[in-house]
Design a protein around this ligand. Sequence first.
Ligand code: LMR
Length: 337
Amino acid sequence: MRNFTFKALACAMSLSFAGLVQAADPIVIKFAHVVADSTPKGQGALLFKQMAEERLPGQVKVEVYPNSSLYGDGKEMEALLLGDVHMLAPSLAKFEPYAKSIQIFDLPFIFDDIHAVDRFQASPQGQALLRSMEGKGITGLAYWHNGMKQLSANKPMRLPKDARGLKFRVQASNVLDEQFKVIRANPRKMSFAEVYQGLQTGVVNGTENTWSNYFSQKVHEVQPYFTASDHGAIDYMVITNTKFWKGLPENIRSELQDVLNDVTKEVNRQADDLNREARESIVKAGTSQIIELTAQERNEWREAMKPVWKKFEAEIGKDLIDAAVASNNPDSVAASH
Ligand code: LMR
């Protein structure tokens, strides 16, 4: 009997010790993305790691996997839904299979500049999109800026007709596909990790992206011409697996959300500078010419691409398109709050 009691006690102690060890183990948060550390998103992910581990010492451990090193396009969402990765920040062009309305961000020339994108994201409509995929197990936590998109090609492009017949890499977005079809170019959906090689081998002749993505992927080495078109935005939604997020202890979840809010401010404050510096680095590299458009030339691109809006109006929603257009007015957020 005594022996049994002793054994039971020892067993209970070792179980509760195991419990203690377990409780002391930090929660591991895997954050994967497809771009370089030096870009706005890359910097944001690293800052999130630093601040989360500082403010929740020993309670969370954030592992950042840049450059498609854990999962690339096409696989990362699946991995998030399976719980194999806990945070992602896909570009807004990559949500079409989960929420058609998020395609609003891909409509060419809908936002005049990144400030308009920012106002739309802060608006009630923009905030509602963060929660629009919860039924599918995805929770949006924040928007991060990269910046406005520029065109690139193996020949100079001043007007939409210059793009005719060229093959362009696009993200997996039907809107972006259509954006090139309306100017009689040939879009090809391709993952981000394949862009450099696709351009180098001539599988595609051109693409669209931000200066920071171009420079960090060395796209200037394989594209002699860039057109400063600002025709759309590349921004991100920081997302998590809804079940994982709701299952976190309340104090940890709210601290992580606070950290993310602070990181978001910093990412969005720095994004412009990072893109400006990347553009200067491309100029310095001397490999490529950057073509500046006159207002009239830019307007030709706008008019040529704008029919895409109508084509996707039913899927995206007229109200949302109107709200996005309204965000070009600097007073729009104040008016809607
Ligand atoms: C892309 O062109 O696929 C990029 O938007 C990647 C990224 O996450 O910036």
